[in-house]
Design a protein around this ligand. Structure first.
Ligand SMILES: Cc1cc2nc3c(=O)[nH]c(=O)nc-3n(C[C@H](O)[C@H](O)[C@H](O)COP(=O)(O)O)c2cc1C
Length: 359
């Protein structure tokens, strides 16, 4: 087997192990997959002005996000259905993420339950929330996340209308027998069935997710939970300002990894204007297309406190379970450490705007 030394190597290894339905579900985006490709390409277009002749013999990659100290500015993004990659599913991801000293965000649509994943250890765990039309079921999810010890709610706001993910339509995407969405069992919304004409997931979301969600629902969330709310799915600076005004504890600049609105702006291109609008009032995170340590550095330079990675974690999990997720996180750590040092920085807070060329 080829040695797995980069995130791309892990993707190739994962592809060999996964069914084509699972690989396409993980890999794919919406429509023409333009945003999906742009998320990566926009990082590749950015050039660094590295700094020299500073003592970088000692480097500290750790940072703080919402009161948690993490070992590096890389978190795990919420992604659904980890048991499509490995039988241990989200439990394996949680163990590897905890061992790496960072935060996992658990998807509403996980195969393992909030309680099982939270029981893995003491590492901080965030819970990603999709708001269902059934608000009592939604409240149940939030209350369970809080009771299980999750330290933040990540409210995903870019999925109120479902786009066509053509790969999933062609594959008639569904959850294989035996896999369910453990968090939704009490509400009876735990299965994604095969549809004869569409992606089963599209059918599920359209019938169950709440398209009426709006800014006033942040007050509703604050009523039912005392957890900080991080809003995921913002790219417009005006929405970033509204998020601050409505009490968000943080923002994730995200286009859902190119899976929602196709031709939406690449997230690293959206970040500077969002950072300007937020003006340091709340932390900004960014996801989409982070595949190298230099990408992490570019995100920090343009105003992010940290990044999240989605697919790289799934590639690690599919390639080699818990160990694979750990290896993926260590690759990113090592690459970011090199990028930091070669840019003349010893700590995350020394990374500044001047390191990235204007494009
Ligand atoms: C297979 C897959 C499933 C996802 N499931 C969710 C989800 O359940 N909830 C959510 O908020 N975002 C979900 N996302 C989006 C990710 O949280 C994240 O925004 C995206 O993957 C980041 O891009 P990257 O994969 O290029 O790192 C999913 C992404 C992928 C690839």
């Amino acid at each position: 087997m080829t040695e797995l030394i980069s995130i791309r190597d892990f993707e190739s290894a994962a592809r060999e192990k996964l069914s084509s339905m699972a690989y396409d579900y993980y890999r794919g985006g919406s429509s023409d997959e333009i945003t999906l490709a742009e998320n990566d390409a926009a990082y590749d277009r950015l050039r660094l002005y590295h700094r020299v002749l500073r003592d970088v013999s000692e480097r500290d990659l750790s940072t703080d996000v919402l009161g948690s100290r993490i070992s590096m500015p890389v978190l795990v993004a919420p992604t659904a259905f980890h048991q499509l990659a490995h039988p241990d599913g989200e439990l394996a991801t949680a163990r590897a993420t905890a061992a790496a000293g960072t935060i996992m965000t658990l998807s509403t649509l996980s195969n393992c339950s909030i309680e099982e994943v939270a029981a893995v250890g003491d590492a901080p765990l965030w819970f990603q929330l999709y708001v269902y039309r059934d608000r009592e079921a939604t409240r149940g999810l939030v209350e369970r996340a809080e009771a299980a010890g999750c330290t933040a709610i990540v409210l995903t706001v870019d999925a109120q209308v479902w786009p066509t993910r053509e790969r999933d339509v062609r594959n008639r995407f569904h959850l294989p027998n035996g896999l369910q969405m453990a968090n939704l069992m009490p509400a009876g919304f735990d299965e994604i069935r095969q549809s004869h004409s569409d992606s089963g997931l599209a059918h599920y979301v359209v019938s169950l997710f709440d398209p009426t969600l709006d800014w006033s629902d942040l007050a509703w969330l604050a009523e039912i939970s005392s957890l900080p709310v991080v809003i995921k799915g913002i790219v417009h600076p005006d929405d970033a300002s509204l998020a601050v005004e409505h009490g968000a504890a943080g923002i994730i600049v995200s286009n859902h990894g190119g899976r929602q609105l196709d031709t939406s702006v690449a997230t690293i291109e959206a970040l500077p204007a969002v950072a300007e609008a937020v003006d340091g009032r709340i932390p900004i995170l960014v996801d989409g297309g982070v595949r190298r340590g230099t990408d992490v550095l570019k995100a920090l330079a343009l105003g992010a406190k940290a990044v999240l990675v989605g697919r790289p974690i799934l590639w690690g999990l599919a390639a080699n379970g818990e160990e694979g997720v750990g290896e993926v996180l260590e690759i990113l750590r090592k690459e970011f450490d090199v990028a930091l040092g070669l840019c003349g920085c010893r700590r995350c807070d020394e990374v500044d705007r001047g390191l990235v060329a204007d494009v």
